[in-house]
Design a protein around this ligand. Sequence first.
Ligand code: ACO
Length: 168
Amino acid sequence: MSRSAPALRPFLPADTPLLAAIFAASIMELTGDDYSEAQQEAWAMAAEDEDAFGKKLAGQLTLIASLQNAPVGFASLKGPDHIDMLYVHPSAAGQGVGSALCDALEKIAGARGAKTLTVDASDNALDFFRKRGYVARQRNSVTINDEWLANTTMQKTLDSAPQRGGHA
Ligand code: ACO
């Protein structure tokens, strides 16, 4: 089967319930090798208050990836240089959706002048980010809904924009 590139578009408030469902399915089905069921449930519960979840997505630069017109993943940039969220539905994992979302956020951040990007990567996403050139900087423990979860702050230096001569 040929692999088609996902289409990307900005988040709209009406997308919130679908993204909450992708968020929960992604955590519950893709992170079990690295986190306990209790940790997964606490993490997935972060989208249960859809109103708050929608406000968080709207407050960041959130992109949605679709395959055959169906949303299958999303990613968000918090501030100028931090990837806050990256979630792909399990049915679409391993098809380049996460890469397409990250490519886009890296390009947007770079075009806006960011020199580096950081991400607090979950343990299951460490190799994904490592392959993209992110380097581990710091190990963290965070509490989500009374469960402790480990993650790793990683950083990537973005390609510098081509320098042009002439006047600004
Ligand atoms: N472990 C090792 N390698 C991986 C993993 C993984 N879990 N996931 C993807 N890769 C590799 C792929 O094999 C591929 O390598 P290749 O280019 O050599 O073929 C490369 O990374 C790109 O893979 P994609 O298909 O673009 O990644 P995918 O669309 O499956 O998305 C993601 C990866 C986002 C990590 C997905 O597995 C996911 O949603 N996981 C659960 C949620 C999660 O942990 N998200 C990140 C939390 S951290 C944060 O939000 C900032």
